[in-house]
Design a protein around this ligand. Sequence first.
Ligand code: URA
Ligand code: URA
Length: 196
Amino acid sequence: MNERKKTAWENLSKLIEECKKCPLGESRKQAVIGYGNTETDLMFVGEGPGAEEDERGLPFVGRAGQLLDKIFESVNIKREELYITNVVKCRPPNNRVPTIEEMTACDQYLMSQIALINPKIIVCLGSTPTKWLLKTTEGISKLRGKWFNWRGILVRPMFHPSYLLRNASNKVGSPKYYTWIDIQEIKQKWLELKGE
Ligand code: URA
Ligand code: URA
């Protein structure tokens, strides 16, 4: 990574860690900036940190994160090969969905992360990041399974792993069944774009 980029990441991290632009900045234990490879082509965006993430300062390290790791393992993707973050960087109390005001306040951080990484693919985990990025009100069931073009970047919505924890069936046609198809298609597209 060149010096300019390194400095940009350091400045961004500092801004996020000290941010008080919305009320979540008062209730958080710590901000969760993101994790992974900032030189990647593949980015995952979740909703917001939960209790475990707030405690540890890392994204997707609780139960949903463990399921996400299984989804990655099924296609032999390692967390270190991609970058994971959330729409909001601070935990919403009781894991409620972040408000429009909170997402608006945090948007500049997500936009900076996307600009610095400049990924070829963004995977949106669940309806919150999908609606936020694509500015749609369509439900996740209708949006998953498709590729969207967002400012020249391919966007692929998937079910949120927390939703899969609540809907554990993996019968044909279940959310889990579709998720295991989605991740295969994402891996395939990623390899294609890398020229492999
Ligand atoms: N759920 C999310 O959306 N993000 C996390 O980081 C953890 C759980
Ligand atoms: N609602 C969500 O927010 N995400 C899902 O994946 C499914 C329903």
